[in-house]
Design a protein around this ligand. Structure first.
Ligand SMILES: NC(=O)c1ccc[n+]([C@@H]2O[C@H](COP(=O)([O-])OP(=O)(O)OC[C@H]3O[C@@H](n4cnc5c(N)ncnc54)[C@H](OP(=O)(O)O)[C@@H]3O)[C@@H](O)[C@H]2O)c1
Length: 257
């Protein structure tokens, strides 16, 4: 048993990490901007990496930090500055292991957020804190959020790109296992069990929620979509997730009834 800090432990990946750590009988400290509370083995500490923060209050004596907090704009300097502050806290308290979640293809698709993720990976590698980095493909939950917006108009236009989504639950379980193990550097990517297309998932989504929509696949241009068309965000050799998008949809629809 050990104590693990989960930054962003209220988010999609972070919640899954917390559940897996608790199931494995670890004590968990979650950092979040909104609440302070204690529930069983989980202590939530209010902490905003966007303002001068008392990191030691949260980072007191953890064996590992799993870094899942993410920010597009919330922290000045965005994602990378957030990572820098987390790493500074981990270093200050002599934490022995930082586990960081990243994204497959960030070095080959020129999205600003991906550039920031890549810069954050470099910070982790050079932080002086023993580290592990796991890259994953897009989460099922992100795909569903995206499709929920795209499928509102009567004619649904969906980028014709390949996708290999993975369940956040499986990413969380992998991160928790990595946190309990020795620092391992960059570990094999985690991809979902099947490679399909976003329009195919959009058709599954509208069928699952009973919305009558025609889905049309559209080809988009530019360097970002060239990267997606080329499949740089896929991990065909690391399709170790087992929960399919349809599994996720079935469970998600049940919770909406
Ligand atoms: N989504 C995907 O498909 C995907 C795929 C591969 C990798 N990833 C990576 O996985 C990580 C987590 O993504 P996610 O989708 O789980 O994110 P998310 O659901 O949006 O959660 C973001 C978390 O960050 C915390 N946070 C944001 N700004 C903060 C700040 N200024 N100070 C403290 N906490 C802050 C939020 O906590 P509060 O709101 O409670 O403060 C929340 O818990 C990211 O690094 C992302 O790049 C995501």
């Amino acid at each position: 048993m050990s104590t693990v800090v989960v930054t962003g432990g209220t988010g999609t990946a972070g919640r899954a990490v917390v559940n897996a750590l608790v199931a494995a009988h670890h004590d968990v400290v979650v950092t979040s901007r909104s609440t302070s509370s204690v529930h069983g083995r989980v202590r939530t500490v209010r902490l905003d990496y966007g303002s001068p923060a008392d990191l030691e209050a949260a980072f007191h004596g953890p064996d590992a930090v799993v870094h899942c907090a993410t920010s597009f704009t919330g922290v000045r300097g965005g994602e990378t500055e957030l990572g820098r502050r987390v790493l500074a806290g981990a270093r200050r308290v002599g934490c022995g292991h930082v586990v960081s979640i990243s994204i497959v293809g960030i070095d080959r698709i020129p999205l600003p957020y991906y550039r920031a993720k890549l810069a954050t990976e470099k910070l982790v590698e050079n932080s002086g804190v023993p580290w592990t980095i796991l890259r994953a493909t897009q989460f099922h939950e992100l795909v569903t959020r995206l499709l929920s917006g795209l499928t509102r108009p009567p004619l649904v236009l969906v980028p014709d790109i390949p996708v290999q989504p993975v369940a956040a639950e499986e990413v969380g379980a992998r991160l928790a296992a990595l946190a309990a193990a020795r620092p391992a550097g960059r570990v094999p990517d985690l991809g979902g069990p099947e490679i399909t297309t976003l329009p195919a998932l959009a058709r599954s989504y509208v069928a699952a929620i009973g919305r009558r929509r025609r889905v049309r696949a559209v080809r988009l241009f530019g360097s970002v979509f060239a990267g997606y068309h080329a499949g740089h965000h896929l991990a065909p050799g690391d399709a170790t997730g087992t929960i399919t998008y349809q599994d996720h949809l079935d469970a998600w629809v049940r919770t909406r009834r």
